[in-house]
Design a protein around this ligand. Sequence first.
Ligand code: CP
Length: 305
Amino acid sequence: MKRHLISAGDLAKDDALLILDTAEEMARVSERSIKKLPTLRGRTVVNLFFEDSTRTRISFEAAAKRLSADVINFSAKGSSVSKGESLKDTALTLEAMGADAVVIRHSASGAPHRLANWVRGSVLNAGDGTHEHPTQALLDAFSMRRRLGNLDGRNVTIVGDVLHSRVARSNVLLLHTLGAQVTLVAPPTLLPVSVGTWPCEVSYDLDAVLPKSDVVMMLRVQKERMNAAYFPSEREYSRRYGLDRDRFAKMPDDAIVMHPGPMNRGMEIAAEVADSARSTIVEQVANGVTIRMAVLYLLLGGETA
Ligand code: CP
């Protein structure tokens, strides 16, 4: 394993499998009445969030605390960032407080990579711009593996706003490493120009792809990142690319539905599909704690679990 986790593409298959297997051990800890391990006692994890988050921020905090680390939560709102303090100076200030690991979410793609040049501890990318979100891909793979078993040869369809999605890129890279076949389905306007270099297929016809899918992962339409009209209307988007009851019926009986959250219910996914027994959306949140425990444990070099 490398010292940092910045891109899902940095993980060799053995690294990814080690994280997923370690997460199984951590899941057993999470089922106990006392969910804590002493493993990271005396270590400090800083959560450095320059962009809003619910799931990732809380689950990194829960994961570090379950491993007995000291946790410092930093949010740009209310900090000296509003006085113009740079990312580098903010990071060096936090490092002076003894950070062994810095978990960073930032609106700028590449911010975790820059940070890794300035701090001595491990850097964990908790989502950078439209670039990557590697722990989301790991928790997604963990959730798929728990429902479906080995991912080798499985067909995973990722649908929606790929252009603005760091989740899509990290999932394509990790799932390819794990031997799954990924198909992206999106309007041409919501695909990055570089998608031809990604290790996946592309389709514009969701109805044709659904019957062959073991997993259908819906992506949030990221209206806050859109500075132009990428589709004629929300209604038209839903009609072509939304997962409603009729489309859900076209999936194989044992196929699962995923969404990284937060969801636009009624737009990319119907409420009854999101809440169905074949949806893993709530499990994905719980698995986020488990995966982040495994990653912190492996990067910070904890001893025995
Ligand atoms: N999936 C995800 O990253 O959610 P948050 O933005 O709430 O962390």
